[in-house]
Design a protein around this ligand. Structure first.
Ligand code: ARG
Length: 621
């Protein structure tokens, strides 16, 4: 059933219908269309368009459709309706009768599709974030396993300088970390709710759009109805995140294809991610990696197609925008599949450390070391560079590596070279020399691995009611130890909004809260970490999370009272004095048993420099 037959005297031409219909692909939005519709029904009840009973009947009907849809999503695709919105509406009318016709009051397919698509994008982005985290951790595991394996590093695909194989792993870790952050940023902008924007001008019903947004798990409602129905930046952003990340994956794939080649022989891929040739029995082809490399093209294609489609589109909704879906529906699962496949390749790979070492030793990869040696002997670098060039030529003519030249050979080109040159030219010396931050020395690579492992295990997030028991356990423990003030469980429930927690390997292991006084001054309180947790950095993660929250809330100054001033000083807190904190003194200190022999140091973190002066807080009561 079309939603708009009234104005037309004849139906659409069959070819046009086929051309126009989006159900064959937007059926994938079914779940989100129904969830959005349930929230919309709630909003309609609040403005008395639906009675309580009507609301219940509609929600029941929609839930029934949701179950059917979940059981067999593909069957919708060929139902013949114009799009998923028409499909759900006619299904509802079929299920509960004429009452279903009330659901579309005050709503347009334009705000509906924008909402559905954002819900789909949010769910998909969350899946991708998990997949990226898993690939990152596979890379760290490989880096740790292979620590010590030497690899020739390349520039221009010429052997340049030796690096640790683990350094190579951690380079891809860095790229994926950026991909992850980029996607997290995009997710913030995806997570706004266009529902209630109508066709373009807003809805004529007094809908509480903020509540509607919250009901659907969005962070807030969009602010301009014209923009809300025509904004597809989130699609472009997702495709751009996908493209950049696919570019990284394609480079990883290419490196591994080369390392796996017969010529290099550095790696052996697992049977599970390779295939054979129908003709040549000896072959084991790196198909998984080649497909990652190949699929990158189609993700880039979806990105540029979306940019082209949106270019110069007039406000507000235009049917061109229906073209937003197929590209994203294809690109996101492609990206996800490539991440999974890259993980499988990394997890199953065998490294031939003998071969990589041999290759790192060849190709005169220690030539830079020799130049640095000459610099240490007082020869200007440019001159040294030239001398080493001549020595490389000599070595090549003798079919040798630099370190195999005899001392008289060295002296024939430059007589300041002595016996002490040989240790400098050793592979290990070349690696050890790169010991500044970010370099390939074993110490630095181990440091990078440690940092990555720590950050991976610890997640910091705002608390939910599900965390109350864990928080209560931590607070009680530290109160018994005399480190923190006790708090009643009811207080924790009441102030759950103030809390952040850390999770280590999925278990809540730390908590802290940000209490805001009625003057606007804020205090970090109840900071505590499981005494037996080995994951370092939780306290830092909690404080940084709360400082970020403070910035978002436009707080001016955050204080702490602590017995570990050194810890807070490292995080940017400065010494203060209780006399500067009348709010705190009145709230806690007056009642505290240690009132007159308190050993806590008052410190503060100034977010807004206006607070550095005498003004104790932003809100003047
Ligand atoms: N199938 C359409 C799309 O994907 C839904 C919105 C239709 N709106 C309209 N005014 N025809 O964009």
């Amino acid at each position: 059933m079309a939603l708009w037959g009234g104005r037309f005297s004849s139906g659409p031409d069959q070819a046009f219908k086929q051309f126009n219909d989006s159900l064959p692909f937007d059926y994938q939005l079914a779940e989100h269309d129904i969830v959005g519709s349930i929230a919309w029904a709630g909003a309609l009840q609040q403005v008395n368009v639906l009675s309580e009973q009507e609301h219940l009947t509609i929600v029941d009907g929609l839930q029934q459709i949701l179950q059917e849809v979940e059981a067999d999503p593909l069957s919708i695709a060929s139902a013949g309706d114009e799009d998923i919105h028409s499909y759900v509406e006619s299904k509802l009318i079929e299920t509960i009768g004429d009452l279903g016709k009330k659901l579309h009051t005050g709503r347009s397919r334009n705000d509906q599709v924008a909402t559905d698509f954002r819900l789909w994008s949010r769910k998909t982005a969350e899946q991708l974030l998990k997949a990226i985290a898993a690939l990152k951790s596979a890379l760290v595991t490989l880096a740790e396993r292979e620590l010590g394996t030497v690899l020739p590093g390349y520039t221009h695909l010429q052997r340049a300088q030796p690096v640790l194989f683990s350094h190579w792993c951690m380079a891809y870790f860095e790229m994926l970390e950026r991909d992850e952050k980029r996607l997290q940023g995009a997710l913030e902008r995806i997570n706004v709710c266009p529902l209630g924007s109508g066709a373009l001008a807003g809805t004529a019903y007094a809908i509480d759009r903020q509540k509607l947004a919250t009901d659907l798990g969005f962070s807030h409602a969009t602010k301009n109805s014209l923009d809300a129905v025509s904004d597809r930046d989130f699609v472009v952003e997702l495709l751009s995140c996908a493209s950049i990340s696919m570019m990284h994956l394609s480079r990883l794939a290419e490196d591994m294809i080369f390392y796996n080649s017969g010529e290099a022989g550095f790696l052996e891929l697992a049977d599970s991610v390779t295939s054979g040739s129908s003709l040549m029995p000896q072959k084991k082809n790196p198909d998984a990696l080649e497909l990652i490399r190949g699929k990158t093209g189609r993700v880039f294609g979806a990105f540029s197609a979306m940019m082209m489609t949106l270019k110069a589109l007039p406000l507000a909704y235009n049917k061109d925008m229906q073209e937003d879906k197929e590209g994203l529906f294809d690109a996101m699962p492609t990206w996800l599949a490539c991440i999974h496949m890259a993980q499988a390749c990394i997890e199953g790979v065998k490294v031939n450390a003998e071969k990589t070492k041999q290759a790192a030793q060849g190709g005169h990869a220690n030539a830079t070391e020799l130049a640095d040696y000459l610099v240490a002997k007082g020869i200007p670098f440019r001159e040294g560079h030239h001398i080493v060039g001549e020595l490389v030529q000599l070595a090549i003519s003798q079919g040798q590596n630099l370190e195999q030249l005899s001392l008289s050979d060295f002296k024939s080109v430059c007589d300041v070279i002595d016996d002490d040159v040989y240790p400098v030219l050793e592979l290990q010396a070349c690696l050890d020399a790169r010991k500044a931050l970010g370099g390939t020395s074993q110490k630095q690579v181990q440091f990078a691995i440690n940092q990555a492992k720590q950050a991976q295990r610890i997640i910091v997030r705002d608390a939910t009611l599900d965390d109350v028991d864990a928080i209560a356990g931590l607070i009680q423990y530290w109160a018994r130890e005399g480190e923190n003030l006790p708090r009643a469980k009811s207080d924790m429930v009441h102030s759950i909004n103030e809390f952040a927690v850390t999770e280590v390997d999925g278990k809540v292991c730390g908590c802290a809260s940000l209490y805001i006084y009625d003057t606007g001054l804020a205090e970090i309180r109840s900071l505590g970490v499981c005494p037996n947790s080995e994951a370092k950095g939780q306290g830092r993660a909690l404080v940084n999370h709360l400082l970020e929250k403070g910035k978002k809330l436009a707080l001016g100054r955050i204080i702490v009272l602590t017995r570990v001033p050194g810890f807070f000083a490292k995080l940017g807190f400065a010494d203060s004095h209780k006399s500067q904190l009348p709010e705190k003194v009145m709230k806690d200190c007056e009642l505290c048993l240690r009132k007159d022999n308190c050993d806590e140091v008052a410190m503060d973190f100034v977010i807004d420099s206006a607070y550095q002066q005498e003004i104790p807080c932003k809100v003047v009561a």
